[in-house]
Write a protein that binds this ligand. Sequence first.
Ligand SMILES: Cc1cc2nc3c(=O)[nH]c(=O)nc-3n(C[C@H](O)[C@H](O)[C@H](O)COP(=O)(O)OP(=O)(O)OC[C@H]3O[C@@H](n4cnc5c(N)ncnc54)[C@H](O)[C@@H]3O)c2cc1C
Length: 413
Amino acid sequence: MPHVVIAGAGIVGLSCAWYAQRNGWTVTLVDKDFEGDRASHGNAGGIAISECIPLSLAGLGLKPLKWLLDPVGPLSIRPSHLLNLLPWYLGLRKVSRPENFIQISKALADLNAYSLNAFEEMLKDIGLENEIHHKGALTVYEKESTFKAESRDWEIKRSHGVKFREVNTTELIQLEPNLSNKFEMGVMIEDWAHINDPLFIVQTLRKVIQQRGGEFIKGTVTSIAIDRPNQAGVVVDDLRTIYADKAVIATGAWSKNLASSIGDNVLIESERGYNTTLPQSAKLLNREVIFAERMFVATPLSIGLRIGGAAEFAGLNAAPNFKRSDALLSLGRNFIQNLDETNPKKWMGNRPTTADSLPVIGPSGRHKHVLYAFGHGHLGLTQSASTAQLLFSHLNNDSCPINPSPYLISRFG
Ligand SMILES: Cc1cc2nc3c(=O)[nH]c(=O)nc-3n(C[C@H](O)[C@H](O)[C@H](O)COP(=O)(O)OP(=O)(O)OC[C@H]3O[C@@H](n4cnc5c(N)ncnc54)[C@H](O)[C@@H]3O)c2cc1C
């Protein structure tokens, strides 16, 4: 049996392990902290297949500056991190060029187009088919003019087959009776789904992979080994190397140093997001709601109503600033009625965000037996199982479900 060693057991690494096992591979997973509270454990739980608009500065004018000046606003950059962020920021600026913007949206849409099916296939196989809800998502607008200003993005989505429709205030109240009456309109995104609890899916995947013979090794991968022509390996705690037929690097926001240990360059940053989960308010909404102007979302998970958002660039090691979780909760208070705030749970996670909003999926430019699966930014849950399928089509020499080239690490030069 072929053997794959996978560094990182977040939702992406676990999905790769699950898919590899199904296709006859033996699997070794290495993680520095399997139980650690990473992005995959506490995200908003949205299967957001409509989201094909890359992060970009196009058309934002002075808005980012305004956000930066608000101490708990939707965007923040720690001054000590400014210089480190510069190469990523320069990469982000290139996204605004019309030709890049269109290509990236298409690549995101192509991957998203089969992400829901792939994800559901995985849920079904691990016995969690009832953990997903197909209720769409509602984007709500305090001002209709904001919706009009975003019309280019909505048209791009429509051109990629995303199904949505405008919703007036009467229907808004019918769909979500606990929303405040501060909205002039909404947009119903039909194909969006949400899950009950991201952590439960991660925990179940771990259990199933172990039951199917997967090996779990706790340790920090310190570099990648490429000293053998027909194998690749991961060096654990600088002490020992685990070789296999293939090595997959799925270490989320921590992947940059590992890739550069063998000479692969990537522009990736930890884009830290926050939330507060209210266990007693789970039933206040029927579906995920996206608050367009305030840039936060609320998802009715089975474990509570999760109110979250924010983009904080502070590097991988800075302590969390939970004032952001508080700020998100107070936004929720303004726009959702009847919140029960008993036992709130605050959380921060590191989104692995590339400068061009596309994940890195596929072989290293330096060694064909090293593969990458990281950099999914805001969409790692959504694209977890489809990433695994795309990655393993490289391994099995199967025809790829989509054109694989936009996701290769070689695009960073
Ligand atoms: C607030 C917030 C809301 C979000 N909402 C959504 C959503 O609604 N829908 C969606 O699709 N996505 C969402 N995301 C994004 C999604 O959570 C991430 O893209 C996804 O979890 C990334 O998964 P991952 O497996 O790549 O990384 P991670 O979950 O970060 O896992 C990486 C793993 O690698 C391990 N690791 C790292 N370095 C090493 C090393 N050197 N050696 C060994 N192990 C290592 C870590 O311990 C960790 O277990 C959200 C993210 C945030 C922060």
